[in-house]
Write a protein that binds this ligand. Structure first.
Ligand SMILES: [Fe+2]
Ligand SMILES: [Fe+2]
Length: 195
């Protein structure tokens, strides 16, 4: 996608700072909006739907809130939020969509549009590829946090998140479950009433 006023593909920058900021403020991605616009350029579904941008943003917020408690990598979480469902072909069963989201992230990474070191990219890749069938013990707190951030938004499709299927203790706390499911329900009440 060529954005107005750009002559070559955008290069995305991170604000400097310690992204492994246990307990601190989340690292901001200065041009997150542009990155989303470019991802949406190839999005096959209704961006207002159950796997659309509102879901992406709730996943981001859920993940950042969990990261404040467990120190997960906020850069990877924020990228997982916008890539993991970005190449779905339908809103139902689409078992390879995580791999396609990871493949898109790889394209962006190779093009220098997202700034991750090798180990961070591997986490993003694992988080995207296996987010639907990876179980509850991925072996890394950042991947676990990505998956829980996604699962905490299941209420939007009528499934109440069950701590049994979450990866982290933080996500299974009653306060966290209530907060996340309430946010999902607010979206359903506002935007899905006439579906
Ligand atoms: Fe997904
Ligand atoms: Fe998702």
């Amino acid at each position: 996608m060529r954005l107005p006023g750009t002559r070559r593909p955008c290069v995305y920058f991170w604000e400097t700072g310690d992204h492994k900021n246990r307990g601190g403020a989340a690292l901001k991605i200065s041009n997150y909006g542009l990155l989303i616009r470019e991802i949406l350029d190839g999005f096959q579904l209704d961006h207002r739907g159950i796997h659309g941008t509102a879901h992406w943003m709730r996943v981001r917020t859920n993940g950042l809130r969990l990261a404040e408690m467990n120190g997960a990598n906020t850069k990877v979480i924020q990228l997982f939020a916008i890539f993991h469902d970005s190449r779905r072909l339908n809103d139902g069963g689409d078992p390879r969509h995580g791999e396609r989201g990871a493949a898109l992230a790889y394209e962006f990474w190779q093009a220098g549009k997202i700034d991750l070191d090798d180990s961070e990219f591997r986490l993003l890749e694992q988080a995207c590829c296996d987010h639907t069938h990876g179980g509850t013990q991925p072996g890394d707190v950042t991947v676990a946090t990505c998956w829980d951030a996604d699962r905490l938004d299941l209420e939007r499709v009528g499934i109440t998140p069950d701590p049994q299927y979450l990866c982290t203790d933080e996500a299974g706390q009653p306060q966290m479950l209530d907060w996340a499911t309430n946010r999902s329900n607010v979206w359903v009440d506002r935007y899905c009433r006439y579906w």
